[in-house]
Design a protein around this ligand. Structure first.
Ligand code: SF4
Ligand code: SF4
Length: 659
């Protein structure tokens, strides 16, 4: 009778302590602002299959994915041993035998004890021998404690089973090959009968005590993800990827200045982080040497949420307060202003995060706070002033917007005056930047040649506001979008086309929240349609044109799933595509998005665009670096010049490949 009482007392103690620690973690969530994440239950549940059961994102890094799959699957199987240990301890006579506890379950427990130990060994090897750079800034001590506890749970379980078998009369012995083998060794060491039985009891108590220690340790460790991960993945954002949160217009403040003002899902994000560093490894700002690691941003926000006095465990630059800042609580103290201005909003971090943690919305919300407080960089301030005065960042009057058309030998329809099939939203860079204007003209000639009925807004077009919104200037975004929506509302067209992925994102994903829904296509999609309809000649067809590599723009690929049309165009034109390792969802940002193009290179050790050109050169055979975004053309042309590799690789827009 003593055993159930002692076990119940231990459990009460451990559950109370763990429960209290869980409560402390969860308490801020009870009073946090709400967010609707309980829609589309079926879709959410179905998403757990690839994201949890199949480890889809985790397996992108094969070694880590495999070891996690081994530990994860073993935990599920070995949960039966926990049930068995506590069930039999609390209720004498309890047994899993009727459901295979002495046969199949016993066999699985032995097999997965081996699987988990191999997984733990691989994890130790990864952490202490391979030492991936993505672990920099993670809490190594915490990971080690957990691995030791897991080893303790499994070893004590195996020894308990083995001593039981050595004591004799264990009906599960024939189904436990590993435990039986260890039992033979123990017998050889003299453990039989009573002595083995006593040892089995000792390891029983070691086993339950390590499990209970594990339980009490988890709420204060990064392994809180064991409980938070599945809910966080279930509650993931399944809405449009490129649609930012529209703040309540009546709210006194729209930005995020205090971590306690995060909504409850934002807080759950923070508790879910495993510090795996995949986001950090994918981040172009981090690679460039800027003071931003998405992992450490999340860790620091989590630490701030847990402890208002903020005891940081990580020492990366993100934790460094901005000198002279007078912003409160979160921005400027826990997260520096430089950290926030370093982000390109490329979304690479969110795409790789196995827990579906949402970094970018948090960054944008903190930027909104900085904009509200007037804390913006000189470059951003300059660009915003230009938008306010001219509707573009080039400080050019609206009447100059369509000046590029003067280089054409035909007149483009004015969509404000005539009905058109395709309304071409040209965008700022394609309209004003002399380096891009020739591409804009090339696209116009292709459309004209294909007989497309198209027109533009001329001086009625203004910047779409996509990057303005990502900079955090919500008011200016509203002004720009309302202007464009009104201009578009006065036109008659079937579809909108743009060469600019940033405009595409705003028109397709942001404007609908303001009641303006259009069918918006990227020019690569339209050109592919025209090729397939035979309206644009497939240039070479017969012979391979050359080897090209292609850069997926973040706002076309990751945000708008526009991966295929550019590739299909290149294939149909006869080019051989040699992909870079970082392609499609894993594309590496050029460094221009999220307002970075308006800022200087202070603190940059290697420009993301130059890093990317080096990646392309390393392919060895690609002589063309194809792009499908006006900003990419500017960024990569400059990178090729600054690396002085014009003789090795040429930056070309997809439209130029038709020539
Ligand atoms: S959005 Fe891109 S730049 Fe910003 S933190 Fe994520 S990976 Fe880094
Ligand atoms: S945010 Fe996601 S990817 Fe980044 S360290 Fe945390 S769990 Fe890993």
């Amino acid at each position: 009778m003593a055993k159930p009482l002692v076990l119940a007392a231990l459990m009460l103690l451990a559950f109370s302590f763990a429960g209290y620690r869980f409560f402390l973690r969860l308490r801020p969530m009870f009073s946090a602002p709400g967010i609707d994440r309980l829609d589309h239950i079926g879709e959410r549940l179905w998403g757990l299959v690839p994201n949890v059961l199949l480890h889809r994102r985790l397996l992108n890094i094969r070694y880590s994915g495999i070891l996690h799959a081994m530990i994860f699957s073993s935990f599920i199987v070995l949960f039966t041993a926990i049930v068995q240990a506590f069930g039999s301890g609390l209720f004498p006579g309890f047994s899993l035998a009727p459901v295979g506890g002495n046969s199949v379950i016993a066999l699985l427990q032995d097999v997965f004890a081996v699987v988990i130990m191999i997984g733990v060994g691989m994890a130790f090897y990864n952490r202490y021998v391979i030492k991936p750079a993505r672990f920099k800034g993670s809490n190594n001590k915490d990971a080690t404690v957990i691995l030791i506890l897991v080893t303790g749970v499994v070893t004590s379980m195996l020894l308990e089973f083995s001593f039981h078998i050595a004591a004799g009369g264990d009906p599960s012995a024939p189904w436990r090959p590993l435990s039986s083998t260890i039992a033979r060794l123990l017998e050889a060491l003299g453990f039989e009968g009573e002595s083995a039985d006593r040892a089995a009891h000792v390891f029983y108590w070691v086993h339950v005590c390590v499990i209970l220690s594990f339980l009490t340790y988890i709420p204060g460790s990064k392994h809180l993800h064991m409980f938070a991960a599945i809910p966080n993945i279930f509650l993931r954002n399944i809405g449009p990827k490129g649609q930012s949160r529209t703040p309540d217009p009546k709210a006194a403040h729209i930005g995020l200045s205090d971590v306690r003002a995060l909504d409850w899902k934002g807080m759950l994000d923070l508790y879910s982080c495993t510090e795996c560093g995949r986001c950090q490894a994918a981040c172009p700002a981090y690679a460039a040497g800027l003071p931003l690691s998405p992992k450490i941003l999340i860790m620091n926000m989590r630490d701030a949420l847990i402890d208002e006095t903020v005891t940081h465990t990580a020492t990366a630059p993100a934790a460094v307060p901005a000198a002279g800042s007078n912003l409160e609580a979160l921005v400027g103290s826990v997260i520096s202003e430089q950290t926030l201005w370093s982000c390109t909003t490329c979304r690479a971090c969110m795409e790789v995060c196995p827990l579906h943690i949402e970094h970018v919305p948090k960054i944008i919300d903190m930027r909104r706070h900085m904009v509200e407080e007037g804390h913006v960089t000189p470059g951003i301030q300059d660009a915003m002033a230009s938008f306010q005065q001219y509707g573009n960042s080039f400080k050019k009057p609206p009447r100059m917007r369509a000046k590029w058309t003067s280089g054409l030998d035909f007149k483009i329809k004015d969509a404000r005056k005539e009905e058109v099939d395709i309304l071409w939203f040209v965008g700022d860079y394609a309209s004003y930047d002399p380096r891009v204007q020739r591409i804009t003209q090339t696209v116009a000639r292709l459309l004209q040649k294909a007989g497309v009925d198209f027109g533009i807004l001329y001086d009625a077009e203004q910047n779409s506001g996509n990057d303005v919104r990502r900079v955090g200037d919500e008011g200016l975004f509203q002004t720009l979008s309302e202007h464009n929506i009104e201009a578009l509302g006065n036109c008659s067209f079937k579809r909108i086309m743009t060469t600019d992925p940033h405009s595409l994102n705003a028109l397709r994903q942001e404007y609908p929240a303001q009641g303006a829904e259009y069918e918006v296509v990227h020019y690569t999609q339209l050109l592919l349609e025209l090729m397939r309809e035979g309206k644009i000649a497939k240039a070479a067809n017969e012979k391979v044109q050359g080897t090209v590599t292609y850069h997926d723009p973040c706002y076309l690929g990751r945000y708008n799933n526009g991966f295929e049309p550019p590739r299909q165009i290149m294939a149909e034109l006869g080019y051989k595509l040699h992909e870079m390792a970082r392609c499609r969802e894993n594309s590496f940002c050029c460094g221009a998005g999220g307002g970075r193009i308006w800022q200087d290179d202070t603190g940059v050790k290697e420009r993301p665009s130059e890093n990317r050109i080096r990646e392309a050169l390393a392919l060895g055979d690609a002589t063309i670096f194809a792009v499908a975004c006006p900003k990419d053309l500017v960024m990569y042309t400059a990178a090729v010049q600054s690396l002085a590799v014009e003789d090795k690789i040429q930056v070309k827009d997809i439209a130029e490949l038709f020539a």
